[in-house]
Each structure stands twice: as structure tokens, then as C-alpha cells.
Design a protein around this ligand. Structure first.
Ligand SMILES: *Cc1c(COP(=O)(O)O)cnc(C)c1O
Length: 417
């Protein structure tokens, strides 16, 4: 009898009291059809083989598990390994799920992919697979986010996607979510909504978790090869929760393994400017699923903050909510400042540029490792690489030369060429 793994198809998408399918009536048939198509695809060896082949040849899997010798020495505790998801196509784990859902959409005869995106990383992964598989593609993005994430908007458009600004509300991710649902309802016949994390109504949290579980399965094989045993501790950052659950899921029933999810504490929990759902978040039903959300007394989701755009989200996947309540996964948090320090540390010790999101996981290892024995093993999921963050990091580090570079570019007058 499994203790932590539920058959979410039998439980109709519930993880304990969380999850479920709280969607508009008009969407239910589409969600049921998606569930059916997914369950059939899972049993179809040609579907699984094509998925695995694309992960290998298009995205470069398996991603390496790297022994961070210098970081290990510097922190003076456990042996630290880094799972390098940032080496995949588009620079993060998001491509695993995007490829899987694109194959599923094609199998269902859909011609069009839509997605909402906040930071743009999921939009980029969706636009990428749309180009690869020949789907029409539309990405919904809050107008404010479009301004903040110009490089991703540029690439999505070059990949052939239409990026539609959402002009109402806070003009950020939650408004883009509403808009994509609306658009899906209007185009159910032709369109697949490609959800980017382990959130939303059933069956999405299960589908996304399964596609991302390749991360944890590879770690199992790779650490056995390297060390001849399983790790003591797994650490990953938690936005919606897909890279972390993808890493943890294949280890859930291994009781001896500690798992730590790191939420974004932003400017500090006390400041109220953070995205740590398990620090003051309330149980509720938002965007089709039941979980913990940062919300006010009226159930309105609050504006969240993190220097890492991918962690800047008011909700968390329902399976995380359940594993949190069971105590199977420990949830901690790291501030913007701690993540930046961890980023700098990894740059200097290992020559690696982690995404700001992933730097939150590194920050937790910095706190935890010195108290551990040299015979113990930590694996950190580096969910993405940090090239995408150059504008944000240069700004917070107040890099003068970068500012001069931007000014000079403006002066050169792009528009006049
Ligand atoms: C989107 C993103 C995240 C957060 O999403 P999860 O679903 O929690 O994994 C983390 N890291 C990177 C690099 C991302 O792009």
C-alpha cells in the first residue's frame, strides 16, 4: 500500500482534500476528453517512445547530474550534486512538459496551442513546441509582464506565436490565466490549452507531474551510478511546483529521503512582499483547483513578489498542498537577497549561472549543508539556467557598465535603422 502516491484518476483529481476539477461547466467535457486521451497515450508504447526520443534528441536528455566539488568543499558538509535542467532546450525544465502536451494535443487532433505566461518562460517553451510540431500558437500575457519580459516576447514572436497582451486587472499572470481559459472555451474544437505547471483543474496537475517525473527518474539512475546509493536530501524551488514535484515524485515512497521545497520569501515574510504560500497562505479554490493561495479575506488573490519571475505566483499545485499537510515534504523559503547571494556563490565556485528561481534551492543548500555529514548526499535541482535573468540581475546588482551599454544601444537608435 502506497503511503504518499495516490491514483489521482481514481480520486478524480483529488490529493487528499486538494485538487479537483472546479472548472466552468463548458470546460468539463474538454477536461474529460483530455484525461481519456492522456490515459490512452500512457498505455501506448509508441507515444511513450516518441516522447522519450524527442526528450533525448531535441532537448538533450538525460540532463547531467554534476558533482559540485568546489561548492561541497566551500560549504563543508554534505556532498552536493546539481541536476542540470538548464541544459535542456529553452533553458529550463519547462520543455519536458511542453513536448509531452504537444504530442498529446496532436494525438487529439488539435491544430492550435494556447498558453498563459507570466515571466514568459512557459510561453517560450509552448511557442517552441508549436513551431516544432506545426501548431498555430497564441500566448496570453499581462501587458505589464510583456513590458518586463521583452526578450521572451521577442523570441515567442520570432518562433511564430501571436502574443496577446491582457489589458485588464493587474495586467499580470492571473489575468492572463483568465484570458486563456476564456479563449479555450471559445475554441474547444481546435485548441489545446497547454498548462505549464502542476496547477489548474484535473487532469493537468497529474499530466504535468508525470511529464516532469523524468527528472527524478534520471536522478535515481545517475546517483546510483555515481555513488551506489540514493541521496539523503533533495532540494528544489517551488513556483507552481512542477520542477520540484518532477524531482521528488519518483522518491516519495523512499522514507529515508528528505525532500525540501523552497518558496520565494521575496523581501522577507514579514514584509508581506513574497510568494510563500505555506507562510500565511489560505486554503481556497482558485483557477479550477483547491490548494493554498495567498489571498485576502474576500478570497481575492494577493499581489505576490519575487525577484525570480517563475516563483512569483499566488497558488501552489494541489499535490504539494497535500504532501505539505502529510509532512512528507518540508517547505522552506529563501529571500531575494539570499537567492542573489547563492547565484553569486555558484558563479564563483562552479562557473555555473543558475536561473534566479533555481538559486532559491541553492540558498537552502547553503543553510543546510554545513550541518550535514561528509558522507551524506544532497541533490539540488537546477531548474533553469540564468541567461534569461540578465536584465534583472544587472539591475539589482546595479552594474554600471551594463546600464551604459543599454544607454548606448538606445542612443544608436534601433528604430532608425
Ligand atoms: C517556471 C520556472 C520555475 C517555477 O515553476 P515550477 O512549476 O515550480 O517548476 C522554476 N525554475 C525555472 C527555471 C522556471 O522557468
Amino acid at each position: 500500500m502506497k503511503k504518499y502516491i495516490v491514483d489521482s484518476f481514481e480520486s478524480e483529481g483529488h490529493f487528499g482534500p486538494y485538487g479537483g476539477r472546479y472548472a466552468p461547466e463548458m470546460l468539463i467535457p474538454a477536461l474529460v476528453a483530455l484525461e481519456k486521451a492522456y490515459r490512452e497515450a500512457q498505455q501506448d508504447s509508441s507515444f511513450v517512445a516518441e516522447f522519450e526520443k524527442l526528450l533525448a534528441t531535441y532537448s538533450g536528455r538525460p540532463t547531467p547530474l554534476y558533482f559540485a566539488e568546489n561548492l561541497t568543499r566551500k560549504l563543508g558538509g554534505a556532498r552536493i550534486y546539481l541536476k542540470q535542467e538548464g541544459l535542456g532546450q529553452t533553458g529550463s525544465h519547462k520543455i519536458n512538459n511542453a513536448i509531452g502536451q504537444a504530442l498529446l494535443a496532436r494525438r487529439m487532433g488539435k491544430k492550435r496551442l494556447i498558453a498563459e505566461t507570466g515571466a514568459g518562460q512557459h510561453g517560450l517553451a509552448t511557442a517552441t513546441v508549436a513551431a516544432r510540431f506545426g501548431f498555430e500558437c497564441e500566448i496570453f500575457m499581462g501587458e505589464l509582464d510583456m513590458k518586463r519580459q521583452r526578450p521572451n516576447v521577442f523570441w515567442m514572436e520570432q518562433l511564430g506565436a501571436k502574443v496577446t497582451p491582457v489589458l485588464y486587472g493587474t495586467r499580470t499572470l492571473k489575468d492572463a490565466v483568465n484570458e486563456s481559459i476564456k479563449n479555450w472555451i471559445e475554441n474547444l474544437e481546435t485548441t489545446h490549452l497547454l498548462v505549464g505547471s502542476v496547477v489548474s483543474a484535473h487532469p493537468y496537475p497529474t499530466i504535468v507531474r508525470d511529464f516532469q517525473s523524468v527528472i527524478g527518474r534520471e536522478i535515481r539512475d545517475q546517483i546510483m551510478e555515481e555513488e551506489g546509493r540514493l541521496p539523503d536530501c533533495l532540494i528544489a524551488c517551488v513556483g507552481g511546483g512542477s520542477n520540484s514535484l518532477g524531482m521528488f515524485y519518483p522518491f516519495l515512497e523512499d522514507e529515508g529521503i528528505e525532500m525540501v521545497g523552497v518558496e520565494a520569501a521575496g523581501l522577507g515574510i514579514e514584509s508581506g512582499k513574497h510568494s510563500a504560500r505555506f507562510q500565511g497562505g489560505k486554503k481556497g479554490i482558485v483557477e479550477g483547483y483547491k490548494s493554498y493561495f495567498l489571498q485576502d479575506d474576500d478570497g481575492q488573490t494577493l499581489t505576490t513578489h519575487s525577484v525570480a519571475a517563475g516563483l512569483d505566483y499566488a497558488g501552489i499545485g494541489p499535490e504539494h498542498a497535500w504532501l505539505h499537510d502529510l509532512g512528507r515534504i518540508e517547505y522552506t523559503h529563501a529571500t531575494d537577497q539570499e537567492a542573489l547571494e547563492a547565484l553569486k556563490l555558484l558563479l564563483k565556485t562552479e562557473g555555473l549561472i543558475p536561473a534566479l528561481e533555481s538559486a532559491h534551492a541553492v540558498a537552502e543548500a547553503v543553510k543546510r549543508s554545513p550541518g550535514m555529514g561528509s558522507d551524506q548526499i544532497i541533490v539540488i535541482n537546477l531548474s533553469g539556467r540564468g541567461d534569461k535573468d540578465i536584465f534583472i540581475v544587472a539591475e539589482v546588482l546595479k552594474d554600471k557598465a551594463w546600464l551604459e551599454f543599454l544607454k548606448a544601444k538606445v542612443k544608436e537608435g534601433y528604430g532608425d535603422q
